[in-house]
Design a protein around this ligand. Structure first.
Ligand code: MRU
Length: 356
């Protein structure tokens, strides 16, 4: 499995995703602020992976605490949670993971645990978040692979792979599972301007796994669909609103509209931790606006003239009406999403449904 993130003794080790595929180098974080910086600067990215990194970062930060008693320890814990929450605004897995640690902390505090015991509890919870994410990716893969026929040509956008999760991947997990079932699959990876997660990361992962991969620029997706070269689209998600509207990497909306126009099924693969029932619809999802330099420059070279304005929203929202199904660890959720998402989150024995 790809080494996205690991806790090694008192260090959090992450492969530096900014440097792939040219270099495979590892960043070692010793403190919570170092982990927060790694998330903000995209050493690690992808909604589920951000959640895992934040959980480990908080646990590590509290391990290093020199607080004299529980009161001071609690203040430090809150500050560390706030630090992580300020790193990236769109991926809801970040806030979900922080909430999980807060609940674990509150249970320990209620039971009268010492700072050392509370810290051990946070370590256990962070490890559980990590392990569950890998298991959930495998489950998503199994459910989603049923939608991918032998010989399918799959288009994906951004990187929703092992690098974006604790391992195996969400959208790429579906592709991996289909390949493991013996299906012959060809993948088209949108390059995903401006940060090039598709060209750099998705292609790197898939080529390593020996999966047939073709990188295309985003503007090629439409003509390929028109010419009958794409059978299915599978993407990840950063936040899914209660009505099924889905925020994912900028450009996903365009792909969804094109898929709709050409009658190609468009699937979202995401763990339940990406579903945000507290946000009723997509237009309420906060969209991160990133550094304009990601648009004005290609590496160190400037590609736009001085004086030209630029925009850099990192995500867009795909309306739920374009989504054929949301592939989760509990099965494939179908419209109407207001009901199926709530039922899945409330654990009401949801089963995978047949394709429409
Ligand atoms: O800005 P990024 O690289 O963190 O954005 C990542 C995406 O949009 C992914 O598609 C999404 O997080 C799904 S990851 C399983």
């Amino acid at each position: 499995m790809l080494p996205t993130i690991d806790l090694q003794d008192d260090l959090i080790v992450m492969v530096d995703q900014r440097k792939l595929p040219a270099q495979e180098v590892y960043v070692r974080c010793r403190t919570a602020p170092e982990v927060a910086k790694a998330i903000r600067t995209m050493v690690i990215r992808g909604a589920p992976a951000i959640g895992v990194a934040a959980a480990y970062g908080i646990a590590l930060g509290m391990r290093r605490s020199t607080a004299k008693g529980t009161t001071q320890f609690t203040v430090e814990f809150q500050k560390t949670c706030d630090l992580m929450a300020g790193t990236r605004p769109t991926a809801v897995n970040l806030f979900w993971a922080i909430d999980r640690l807060k609940r674990a902390f509150a249970e320990g505090a209620q039971a009268g645990e010492s700072p050392k015991e509370l810290s051990a509890r946070l370590d256990r919870e962070a490890k559980a978040i990590h392990d569950e994410d890998v298991a959930n990716c495998r489950l998503m893969g199994g459910h989603g692979a049923e939608m991918v026929k032998d010989g399918a040509r799959v288009l994906t956008h951004c990187n929703a792979g092992a690098l974006a999760t604790a391992g195996y991947g969400s959208a790429l997990g579906v592709i991996r599972a289909a390949v493991e079932q013996g299906k012959k699959i060809a993948v088209f990876a949108d390059e995903t301007r401006p940060f090039m997660q598709g060209a750099r990361l998705t292609a790197w992962e898939l080529v390593r796994d020996g999966i047939n991969t073709t990188v295309i620029t985003e503007s090629m997706a439409g003509p390929l669909m028109r010419d009958g070269e794409i059978d299915i689209v599978i993407v990840g998600a950063d936040r899914i609103a209660a009505n099924g509207d889905t925020a994912n990497k900028i450009g996903t909306y365009t792909v969804a509209v094109l898929a709709h126009e050409h009658g190609i099924p468009f699937y979202v693969a995401a763990p339940l931790s990406t579903i945000d029932l507290a946000t009723p619809e997509g237009k309420l999802i906060p969209i991160e606006e990133r550094d304009q330099r990601e648009v004005t420059h290609f590496g160190t070279s400037r590609v736009t003239p001085e004086g030209a304005k630029t925009r850099n929203p990192a995500f867009d929202v795909t309306p739920h009406r374009y989504i054929a199904g949301i592939i989760t660890e509990r099965g494939i959720l179908r419209p109407p999403y207001a009901q199926s998402l709530a039922a899945a989150l409330n654990g009401s024995g949801l089963k995978a449904q047949a394709a429409p």
